[in-house]
Design a binder for this molecule. Structure first.
Ligand code: AMP
Ligand code: GLY
Length: 428
């Protein structure tokens, strides 16, 4: 199979690696910046903006790819799947209309309401900032303020956490466009990703991401500093019942999109808050999570190319998909100053990485040397029978990197896990 991978981050390096493992694929890559890890696996690369549909289509035509997997949300929003499908390339990724489940937060909430799907917090959609401000002024209780459109995972402000009432109002003024105001949910977050072929939905292991830049979940929100998964593919603060609820919410969303005339093919990512009242939807993404892709794809032991054809042909079954029963811990190294003022262009030297798997993300390689850019640089994944072993593998490799970068040493540790478990016990 000749397959095009769109995107150049850690997530796409994990996608390319999983395809490469199956041996019978030829990988072609479109990315904005040359990811050294992907470049080594690909037969040919094309460096263009990931939303440049004309050039992506031309590269697909020239290389004769039959399939494509879309990593990031920006090309999905731009309609890359509509374009490539029109040119006869079978895509793992939703059309522009189906991708609205991620790219338009009001669409997502309203779709769930329309089809009576559980899991919505109380929410209100405002197009007019002054009406949103008037509501916030009179409202008692904390809210989450979300711009309607894409923000790269950094656009949410939570009252009582990052901002007070005045700060929330200030932020609505700053956004100066459509916002969704939501009840602030309290609980523990988890990620459930699934393969979807338009109709069937096959879940992947649960993962927990860490959005905050600093140790102990402090500091600003980021694209995600790292993540872990457990050998049983569950999380200790998510019950079987919670899992069933979350998966059934996702299946209902897939069915609703089909009824709306926008069948969903690709990866559906559900971000949930496990509350005292069960799982609530924080958001959906129309793609793998980054870093979560690195956890699950490291574990995928079935032939990824067969999963791809299952999705594109609408013949996906759970028997196509198997994951190793191991724990994974992923730790991202990010430039000092990230996310507000990242130090870019600084040299980066990896050390002894032991058994850790290295996924390249936003780094530049020049004359065999690595340099930081403005976002997450390298990720190390540890995979082992137990979480502590996986954590140690990732931690040792991450701490041996020299340069003006940092990572969260607490991700995947027992201490952090115990905090999550006791937090959930307090709530329930
Ligand atoms: P998002 O960009 O939607 O992924 O949101 C970023 C982060 O904001 C999430 O990972 C949550 O930690 C937090 N968040 C989003 N919506 C809510 C909500 N309704 N209640 C509490 N926290 C939220
Ligand atoms: N890890 C969160 C995201 O990919 O949006």
């Amino acid at each position: 199979m000749r397959i095009l991978v769109v995107g150049g981050g850690g997530r796409e390096h994990a996608i390319a690696s999983a395809l490469h493992r199956t041996g019978e694929t030829e990988i072609f890559s479109v990315m904005a910046k040359k990811n050294p890890g992907i470049a080594r696996l690909a037969k040919e690369i094309c460096l263009v903006p990931e939303t440049d549909l004309a050039r992506i289509e031309a590269f697909a035509g020239k290389t004769g790819v039959t399939h494509a997997i879309i990593g990031p949300e920006a090309p999905l929003e731009a309609g890359v799947v509509d374009r490539l499908s029109g040119a006869g390339v079978a895509c793992v990724g939703p059309t522009k209309n189906a991708a609205r489940i991620e790219t338009d937060k009001a669409f997502c909430r309203n779709l769930m309401t329309k089809y009576n799907i559980s899991g919505n917090p109380d929410y209100r959609v405002y197009q007019d900032p002054s009406e949103a401000i008037a509501f916030v002024k009179d409202h008692e209780g904390d809210l989450a303020v979300k711009p309607v459109g894409l923000t790269g995972g950094k656009g949410v402000r939570i009252m009582g956490e990052q901002v007070d009432k005045a700060g929330a109002i200030e932020y609505i003024r700053e956004v100066n466009g459509g916002v969704v105001l939501e009840e602030r949910l309290k609980g523990e977050e988890f990620t459930l990703q699934a393969f979807v072929d338009g109709f069937h939905i096959v879940p992947m292991p649960l993962v927990q991401d860490h959005k905050r830049a600093g140790k102990g979940d402090t500091g600003p929100n980021t694209g995600g500093m790292g993540s872990y998964s457990m050998p049983d593919h569950m999380l200790p603060f998510v019950s079987r019942k919670d899992h069933t609820t979350a998966l059934s919410i996702m299946a209902s969303v897939v069915a609703a999109l089909k009824k709306e005339g926008h069948p969903y093919k690709g990866i559906l990512y559900g971000q949930f808050m496990n509350t005292s009242d069960g799982p609530k939807v924080i958001e959906f993404n129309a793609r793998f999570g980054d870093p979560e892709a690195m956890n699950v794809l490291t574990l995928l032991c079935s032939d990824f190319s067969r999963v791809v054809t299952g999705i594109t042909e609408g013949t996906l079954t759970a028997s196509n998909v198997a994951f190793e029963k191991a724990a994974t811990v992923c730790k991202y190294l990010v430039p000092e100053g990230y996310p507000q003022a990242p130090l870019s262009g600084r040299p980066l030297v990896t050390g002894e990485k032991g058994n850790a798997i290295l996924y390249y993300a936003n780094v530049e390689e020049r004359e065999g040397k690595l340099y930081t850019l403005t976002s997450r640089t390298l990720a190390f994944v540890g995979k082992a029978d137990t979480l502590p072993e996986a954590e140690q593998i990732a931690e040792k490799a991450a701490s041996k990197v020299e340069g003006e970068v940092f990572h969260r040493s607490d991700i995947g540790t027992q201490t952090l896990l115990d905090q999550r478990i006791s937090h959930m016990k307090e709530l329930r």
